[in-house]
Write a protein that binds this ligand. Sequence first.
Ligand code: PMP
Ligand code: GLN
Length: 378
Amino acid sequence: LTSRLPNVGTTIFTVMSALAAECGAVNLGQGFPDFGCDPALVEHVHAAMQEGLNQYPPMAGVPALRQAVAAKIAALHGRRYDADREITITAGATQAILTAVLCCVHPGDEVVVLEPCYDSYAPNIELAGGTVVRVPLTPGTFRPDFERIAAALGPRTRAIIVNTPHNPAAVVWTRAEMQRLAEILAPTDVLLIADEVYEHMVFDGGEHVSAAAIPELAARAFVVSSFGKTFHVTGWKVGSVAAPAALTAEFRKVHQFNVFTVNTPMQHGLARYLADPAPYLDLAAFYQRKRDLFRAGLAASRLRLLPCEGSYFQSVDYSAVSDLPEAEFCQWLTREIGVAAIPMSAFYEGGFEQHIARLCFAKRDETLQQALDRLARL
Ligand code: PMP
Ligand code: GLN
């Protein structure tokens, strides 16, 4: 068999979680909560199962959930998506992004990604036969460099993938930056895949400006969300995509022969749970408190804290502690200090080195405290 992805191994998240388990380390590597979800959400799913909602739902997703997603986007971002023709329920953001890439990228097309970026983007583009065009975010600040983005767009560019709030750099794009993106894309027919899985984790009174909120972007965008992130159920793998009808029609052609549809009772449970906006509106304050607790605890160490505007990741510059390259430092941190982290270099092709490690603070306070006690030795 000739590999379709010859340069790809097991993801860094799987590798570091396995190492954390083997070493008994506190796992601040892979991004997932170590606490449960709201019991009310589980009750809704349970009720749906008991009501017999256990067979295939419609291909595009349970109508009530599509309507709830459309209503949420309208309330938060002011754009009215048609739940029948413009919202699709997916198996998490991962399948949503792959499906968006597969439905628009032809062999030889170019897709722009902004590095550092989530590890699935480049392999998704390669599977579609596309060429990955990597544009660095501004070194040091990780903010978009629009001159370089504009320079990367050419006649073969089919799409650009933008992630805000950003994993791993925790930067949140401003309204002005989203508008600048719209200006740059205006003279092109480049599509936008907007990965907004951390949409409800924006701190210090900042705002998440969705591509759905900028009409010129929304007209060309697949806007991707993840219920796993928002409701502390990463293992459920349910997400959504909002896109104009013509894009959604193509998206669904691929979706129907990929997963066909996503599990029914979870969709009903999520639809019922979404009737109350409090759980997602309260999420920023919930995570901001954890971020602040974690940052305050790290202040005594020699780790230098990078800004964290959003997401549930806190990155640290460990230059004052070690000269090791990032992957080796994270292994050492896991084995010797007992805290697992993710090397920032994993989000770059060829592993660009900056002495930065990413720590996930979506953990119980006790877990964060245990990690802080260990990190205090640094
Ligand atoms: N995009 C980003 C930026 C992520 O961090 C993740 C992982 N949580 C995903 C997409 C995938 O999300 P999901 O678990 O819903 O597939
Ligand atoms: N998105 C999560 C992270 O960045 C992990 C998802 C995964 O394990 N693929 O840590």
